[in-house]
Design a protein around this ligand. Structure first.
Ligand SMILES: [Zn+2]
Ligand SMILES: [Zn+2]
Length: 427
């Protein structure tokens, strides 16, 4: 599959032509460095094979024992869903829903959607009905699948319980670990362009925009739409002629939404760190743990690499993310022209690191599922976990609602030789 098309960069809105790429080569934006396109050979076959393998692993991971907890002759056996069920039973339904969605539903639905779209394509039956919606859901779900973060949560939990009991991994755990890699490989093998190109389109949309003509980049299918060719819906909004999603020059109310979410997260950050996230009852004695005392526990037990991971993920990352977003928001509002490329990089960092903060939420989930032997030993989720979970989700939403193209809007518009601008090709 080769491609020679005009593309608007998602992150800085520069219009540029992507030359046909050799196998596995990637084209990056000439201005901000964003990955515009990577040529992935045999995309449909490889993605489908990995998806089917992933579905099998997903079923195993959800039907067999996940971890067992053995203490003084008593055994608790858990499955992947146990933690969700126990959190809900302890009145922490919000956290249970987030854990269910990020560790089970989002990865499972991604695999299902890929299979539903790619299987008919592979058989030569064309695209399934409702294809653009299915593929849009897939794209939306990707950042919410957090099995890799869950895995770190398992490691931390096992270390925490090592003094107290024996933890035995079950069949499902091995399938779960394999699934992390298979799903990542499926996402990496997928070239969405190859699929979108199968959507029949009128010839006038395939035309190159004239010099200086207004164009909008579709956020979903990444088609560069000349504004005159966009569809108009009943509410007067422009829609993409290929995927029918609403077209925006910029994410709607990006500044207001991001500010609102940043402030909400900053408020929740305080109780998230002050209140205990869980309480541990052992031999009749109850002790509460905040996020910080959890870090101290790991440190005093000589587990400094894990202590460092939890400290960075739970305390440092949310704060850093909020500070970076506030800095970016202010720089956009002051129409700063300072280092737009570096500010775009900072934005990418906030998008990439946010999900790792979920680690502590997963630790609480796993511990709650494993340890309930009444007065002998039991662990209960507390209010801090709810606030902390809210901080992670809200900061992720804040980063998603920020539009990095605003960083570039303050720069003087360059004369428009951009139609012939070639992005850097890198291997
Ligand atoms: Zn760019
Ligand atoms: Zn589209």
């Amino acid at each position: 599959m080769s491609r020679d098309a005009l593309t608007l960069c998602e992150e800085c809105d520069l219009l540029q032509r992507i030359p046909p790429l050799p196998e596995s080569a990637a084209a990056h934006c000439a201005r901000c460095g964003h990955l515009l396109h990577r040529h992935r050979p045999n995309s449909i076959d490889r993605t489908l094979a990995l998806t089917l393998a992933g579905l099998v692993l997903f079923i195993i991971a959800n039907s067999f024992p996940f971890l067992s907890f053995e203490m003084q002759g008593q055994t608790t056996q858990t499955t992947l869903i146990s933690g969700v069920r126990d959190l809900a039973a302890q009145g922490k339904g919000e956290v249970a829903a987030v854990v269910l969605f990020t560790s089970i539903l989002a990865p499972g639905l991604q695999l299902l959607l890929l299979a539903v779209v790619l299987f008919p394509l592979r058989l030569g039956a064309g695209l399934p009905p409702g294809f653009p919606t299915l593929f849009r859901w897939f794209k939306t779900l990707v950042p919410w699948g957090m099995m890799d973060v869950f895995m770190i949560g398992i490691l931390v939990s096992v270390v925490k319980l090592a003094d107290m009991a024996t933890i035995v991994p079950g069949t499902a755990l091995f399938a779960f670990v394999a699934l992390i890699f298979v799903l990542a490989a499926a996402q990496a093998a997928l070239d969405p362009d190859v699929v979108w190109e199968r959507v029949p389109m009128p010839a006038n949309l395939r035309r190159m925009p004239a010099a200086g003509e207004a164009v909008i980049g579709c956020d979903v299918c990444e088609l560069t739409v000349p504004e005159r060719e966009a569809l108009l819906d009943r509410r007067g909004r422009l829609r993409c002629p290929r995927c029918t999603d609403v077209l925006h020059h910029r994410k709607p109310q990006s500044l207001q939404r991001t500010w609102a979410l940043v402030l909400a997260a900053a408020v929740f950050y305080i109780p998230a760190n002050l209140y205990p996230v869980m309480s541990v009852t052992s031999l009749g004695r109850t002790q509460s743990d905040t996020i910080f005392s959890g870090v101290v526990f790991l440190l005093t037990h000589g587990m400094w690499p894990l202590a460092a991971i939890v400290f960075v993920a739970s305390i440092f990352v949310p704060l850093l993310k909020l500070l970076i977003l506030i800095f970016l928001l202010l720089s956009v509002q002051l129409r700063s022209r300072w280092r737009p490329r570096d500010r775009t990089r900072l934005y990418r960092v906030t998008e990439a690191i946010g999900r790792w903060s979920m680690v502590d939420v997963y630790v609480v989930t796993i511990l709650v599922a494993l340890v309930h032997l009444g007065n002998l030993a039991s662990i209960e989720a507390r209010a801090g976990a709810v606030f902390f979970c809210a901080v992670v989700i809200i900061t992720m939403l804040a980063a998603m609602s920020f539009d990095p193209r605003m960083i570039w809007d303050a720069l003087p518009t360059e004369p428009q030789p951009e139609h012939d601008g070639h992005p850097r090709a890198a291997h």
